[in-house]
Design a protein around this ligand. Structure first.
Ligand SMILES: Nc1ncnc2c1ncn2[C@@H]1O[C@H](COP(=O)(O)OP(=O)(O)OP(=O)(O)O)[C@@H](O)[C@H]1O
Length: 239
């Protein structure tokens, strides 16, 4: 399997606070990678560095066979994502928000935006102003927006935030479909039951490093754990 993302010895410090200290991570094509860690462990910081939103202090990030540095702007067109809560133009419709984002990539036919809204289950509210959307609808719109440029690598920071159980299941089905189509997905979440149901691989970050990485089945089997939550809580106590 091709490697889509590789982080090698990545470091990031904010003022005097070392947040990421020699982080290594590898994600292969078509994987749905669950990125787990306690509050403040450095998940968002890492995802921002992968998306080119934050500079790496030391180490390398290779995305789709490109080294992430100041010269790698073209690579941003091949990545999509939601970092923290998605922000929209509230007085514009969901469809118009997608169009505005699509214009960054040269614009697409309206049909494409409508297909994305249908995929995430909010097609009927395409022309409704975003200020009338619920949190879950905004989250769905965020996923649609992240898919506008048909990215090969999709990065979702807490995508199930605000979703009800049906919404969470819908998102899982969408992610499985996208992964079957060959997209590679990284999800950070605290909803371990959700992660266990959808991810093919997980990486756990603690003390600025990945302390465990592997398939969910393998990690659970090796350690005789019932579920990911039990495994995660034990591991966090140990490290
Ligand atoms: N711009 C910044 N300046 C200073 N410190 C920051 C900055 N961004 C993040 N941090 C600190 O870096 C650490 C990691 O934050 P980060 O948001 O990456 O964690 P996280 O794993 O995503 O947490 P959560 O699960 O709560 O979202 C935290 O201690 C945070 O306070």
């Amino acid at each position: 399997m091709d490697t889509v993302l590789k982080l090698s010895g990545v470091h990031k410090t904010f003022k005097n606070k070392k947040v990421i200290e020699g982080l290594n991570m590898e994600v292969k094509k078509g994987e749905i990678y669950g990125f787990l860690g306690e509050n403040g462990a450095g998940k968002t910081t890492t995802l921002k560095m992968i998306m080119g939103l934050l500079k790496v202090d030391k180490g390398n990030i290779n995305v789709l066979n490109n080294e992430m540095n100041n010269k790698s702007r073209k690579i941003f067109c091949r990545i999509g994502g939601i970092i923290e809560a998605p922000v929209f133009y509230d007085d514009l419709s969901g469809l118009m928000n997608l169009k505005l984002h699509g214009n960054l990539f040269g614009g697409f036919k309206e049909e494409k935006y409508m297909e994305l809204l249908e995929l995430v289950g909010i097609k009927d509210s395409a022309k409704t102003k975003v200020k009338k959307y619920s949190l879950g609808m905004k989250q769905r719109l965020g996923i649609a927006r992240a898919l506008v440029n048909d990215p090969e690598l999709l990065i979702l920071d807490e995508p199930s935030n605000g979703l009800d159980p049906k919404g969470m299941r819908d998102v899982r089905e969408i992610l499985k479909k996208l992964s079957k189509e060959g997209k590679t997905i990284i999800i950070s979440s605290h909803l371990l039951g959700d992660i266990e149901k959808v991810c093919t691989k997980i990486g756990i970050i603690a003390r600025g490093k990945i302390v465990r990485e592997g398939s969910v089945d393998k990690l659970l089997d090796e350690n005789n754990n019932e579920n990911l939550e039990e495994y995660f809580l034990k591991l966090i106590e140990e490290v």
